[in-house]
Structure formats: structure tokens, C-alpha cells
Design a protein around this ligand. Structure first.
Ligand code: ARG
Length: 458
């Protein structure tokens, strides 16, 4: 088959070579953006007097026919036409005749593909922003139900201090809020038009780049034509924001998986987000959480793969850059899927308050309280730490917890101890008294919920 660029060639590549070089297998996902970009381009060609009105009308009509067919999945792409750009051009010529060949006036596939990618990622980023918000909303909803539900807070995965379960969930709200900010911020640099940069150097045609930028909803144009066709920073930024988002999801997944275990029994995933075993009838596996944790790796992979593709590339366009696409498509699919599943998982999970409450009553996570108690009464904190450490050891020997230790033992350790320590040691008191800003105290958590709801309402 002769190529659209076949003029200076005397023979054609074999099919398997075409296959290797082609991107149509994956860049057909850009079909709508490609046609949208072409429509803006021809509109500008007419306005600038480069093409005649009748020609542009025919081209637009043809492009609209192709767009309708594309939406119905009725376009027949061919590997011989390499990529989405050449396929659409060829299909247009088939549809409306040789005048279709005028579409590419004053344009190159290099500025075309860059334009398509900007349009695609802008749309996807906006959808992802909404999905992030949905997860945040699910976290806040659960948090509202569990302000006074206590769980052990951990450091080193050892029980540290009791906290409000809502406080724990809200930690993820704020991580996602930063993710949201990163995606939103990336849109500023992404929403710039490369169209009209031509192959690398601009064009001799009197085109109007500002006009196509405006038609396509861009905030402005790339200042430098070489940069316009070579820049893939916007994809790197997207993959980087996505990597960090996936890190956050993955961390909560890990916790959900731990909490679902027999050892913790803090939560139970809804049946809709768990699976059974083909051999062990008792099993209920938190598969979706595991899968999101696992899928995090492929998003990191796409980020590294693109950075590596770009690092040694001379200006301007190089075919290497075709390798920017599959990772991006895969990351978009992975992030969107993970966020959607995640929101559902959080909304429907069963929180086992009894096990959580039991847990905070059967540990030494109130020990800091005792040390603070002594310190408040004037004992240097370091000394208080030592005294309480000894009391913990005594409890361990006796097989009891601090609340079970008789006052006589406390008095023997320090005469600063009084009856009121039994109140101070209650997990609920422990949590309630952490009233410092951003702490787990119930009043602080309620304030945080109000703040989070305000952010979501904006
Ligand atoms: N399929 C190509 C890509 O994805 C489109 C740009 C091709 N440009 C070129 N000069 N070969 O990068």
C-alpha cells in the first residue's frame, strides 16, 4: 500500500516492519481529540484565507462524518497508515476525495500529536479530579460516623497511642487533597497549545495560532516551536502526580488488608469488594485493595519509562516519543479504575467498633498519659518516663494492663500518683485530651471534618 508520505520512497516496508513502527493499535484512543484538533485547524485555515470556504466546508463535513463513525466504533483503521493522524487523513480523503488532502496544510504530525495529547490529558485530568473528590467524600462520610470510635494508633506497627478512627481516615483525606492540588496545578502548564508549531520550526503559511488555541480552549500557545513539539513534561507531571496518588491509595490499601485479617479484625470489606478462594471455603480476601496496591507499580513504571525515553533526546521530535503513549493510557486507566473502586470500598466497608474498642483497652498505649501526668506535677519528663516504664514492666510480669494496677503499686512508684489516674488512663480521656491543633482530640477531629466538608463543597 502506498503511504501518504511515500513520494520519495522507491519501495515499501514489509508488513511486519510497518507493524513494529505503527502506533494505531493504541493511539486510536486519541481519535476524538485528533478530529477536534483538525476541526480547529481547518476553521483557522479558512479564517486566515489559506483555504477556500467551500473546501473547508467539505473537510469539516467529512470530519464530522468520521467523528460520528468513531463514536460508534465504525472506523476501520489500518496498520499501513501507521498512526491515528494518517489514518484519519486517509479516511477523510476516502470520504470526500482529494480535497481532504488540504487538511494538513500548515501543520505537521508533530504539532498534531502534541495537540491531541494535551487535549486528551486535559479531559482525563478533569475526570480524575472528580474521582479524587469522590474518594475524599467517602472518607469524610466514614469519618463522620466514627469520631468517637477508638483504634490503636501505631508507630513501627507497634501500638503507640489511641486515636479516633475518624482522625486516621482524615489523614488520607489530606493526602488526597494534596494530590488534587497537584493535578489541578498541572493543568496550568498543560493547557497550552502546541498547534501551529509545525514539524519544528513554524510554517510559511499565515496561520493564527492564538485562534486555534482559543477554539480548543487553551489558555495560550507555546512560545517556542521546538519546545512545543518536543515537550512531554505535561505527561511526566501527570504520571508523577498519579504515582504519588497511587502511593497514598496503596498505603491505605495495605492498612485495609491488615485490618481485614483475623489478627486485627478492625474492618470487613463488603462482599462486593472481596473474593473467595477456589479451595478454602472459609476465605474472604480483600482482593480489590490488594490489586490497587499491586497496580501502583505499573504507574511508577510508566513514569520511569517516560523519563528514560526523554532523557537523551535531542530536539526536536524523535520517534522515541511515540513511546509516551501506552504508559500514559495505562496510567489513566489504572488511576481511574483504582479511584472508582476505592470510593466504593470505603463507602461500604464494615467498621468493627467492638474489636477496635477492645484493642485500645488491651494494650499500653495509654502509658504516655501517665508520664505526662507526673511531668505535669513537676517531675522531669525523662524521670517520669523511667518510672512509667518500670510500671509497664510490672504489669507485663503480672499479666495485666495499667488500668488494672492497684493504687498501692502506683504510690510505691511515686507519691505524685493519685486516684484520678484511673480517669486519665481511660482511652477515651486519652484521645479527648489531645486538643492541640491537628491532633486526635474529638473537638479537633470535628473541626477537621467541618473543614474537609467545606473543601469538598467548593
Ligand atoms: N505516531 C507518532 C507519535 O506518536 C506521531 C508523530 C509522528 N511524527 C513523525 N514525524 N513521524 O509520536
Amino acid at each position: 500500500m502506498t503511504k501518504l508520505w511515500g513520494g520519495r520512497f522507491t519501495k515499501t516496508a514489509e508488513a511486519w516492519v510497518d507493524e513494529f513502527g505503527a502506533s494505531i493499535g493504541f493511539d486510536q484512543q486519541l481519535v476524538e481529540e485528533d478530529i477536534e484538533g483538525s476541526l480547529a485547524h481547518v476553521t483557522m485555515l479558512e479564517k486566515s484565507g489559506i483555504l477556500a470556504n467551500e473546501e473547508v466546508e467539505q473537510i469539516k463535513k467529512g470530519l464530522h462524518i468520521l467523528l460520528e463513525k468513531a463514536k460508534k466504533g465504525e472506523l476501520n483503521y489500518s496498520v499501513a497508515n501507521e498512526d491515528i493522524h494518517l489514518n484519519i487523513e486517509k479516511l477523510l480523503i476516502d470520504e470526500i476525495g482529494p480535497v481532504g488532502g488540504k487538511l494538513h496544510t500548515g501543520r505537521s504530525r508533530n504539532d498534531q500529536v502534541a495537540t491531541d495529547m494535551h487535549l486528551y490529558l486535559r479531559k482525563q485530568t478533569k475526570e480524575i479530579l472528580q474521582l479524587v473528590k469522590n474518594v475524599q467524600a467517602a472518607l469524610v462520610e466514614q469519618a463522620k460516623q466514627h469520631v468517637e470510635t477508638l483504634i490503636p494508633g501505631y508507630t513501627h506497627l507497634q501500638r503507640a497511642q489511641p486515636i479516633s478512627f475518624a482522625h486516621h481516615l482524615l489523614a488520607y483525606f489530606w493526602m488526597l487533597e494534596r494530590d488534587y492540588g497537584r493535578y489541578e496545578d498541572s493543568l496550568k502548564r498543560l493547557n497550552v497549545s502546541p498547534l501551529g508549531a509545525g514539524a519544528l520550526a513554524g510554517t510559511t503559511f499565515p496561520i493564527d495560532r492564538e485562534y486555534t488555541a482559543e477554539l480548543l480552549g487553551f489558555d495560550g500557545i507555546y512560545e517556542n516551536s521546538l519546545d512545543a513539539v518536543s515537550d512531554r513534561d505535561f505527561i511526566v507531571e501527570f504520571l508523577s502526580a498519579s504515582s504519588l496518588l497511587m502511593t497514598h491509595l496503596s498505603r491505605l490499601c495495605e492498612e485495609l488488608i491488615l485490618w481485614s485479617s483475623q489478627e486485627f479484625q478492625f474492618v470487613e470489606m463488603d462482599d462486593a469488594f472481596a473474593t473467595g478462594s477456589s479451595i478454602m471455603p472459609q476465605k474472604k480476601n480483600p482482593d480489590m485493595a490488594e490489586l490497587i496496591r499491586g497496580k501502583t507499580g505499573r504507574v511508577y513504571g510508566s513514569l520511569f519509562s517516560l523519563l528514560t525515553v526523554l532523557k537523551g533526546l535531542p530536539l526536536a521530535y524523535n520517534k522515541d516519543m511515540q513511546e509516551d503513549k501506552e504508559g500514559m493510557f495505562d496510567a489513566v486507566k489504572t488511576v481511574k479504575g483504582s479511584l472508582a473502586i476505592f470510593a466504593g470500598m470505603i463507602q461500604t466497608m464494615k467498621v468493627k467498633e467492638e474489636t477496635m474498642t477492645k484493642a485500645v483497652h488491651q494494650d499500653f498505649s495509654n502509658a504516655t498519659e501517665l508520664a505526662d501526668y507526673l511531668a505535669t506535677k513537676g517531675m522531669p519528663f525523662r524521670e517520669a518516663h523511667e518510672v512509667v516504664g518500670k510500671l509497664v514492666l510490672l504489669c507485663i510480669e503480672k499479666g495485666i494492663y495499667l488500668l488494672d494496677l492497684p493504687l498501692s503499686d502506683y504510690k510505691a512508684a511515686s507519691d505524685l500518683f493519685d486516684e484520678d489516674i484511673y480517669d486519665v488512663l481511660q482511652p477515651k480521656t486519652v484521645v479527648a485530651r489531645r486538643t492541640s491543633a491537628g491532633g486526635t482530640g474529638f473537638t479537633e477531629v470535628k473541626k477537621a471534618i467541618t473543614k474537609a466538608e467545606k473543601i469538598l463543597a467548593n
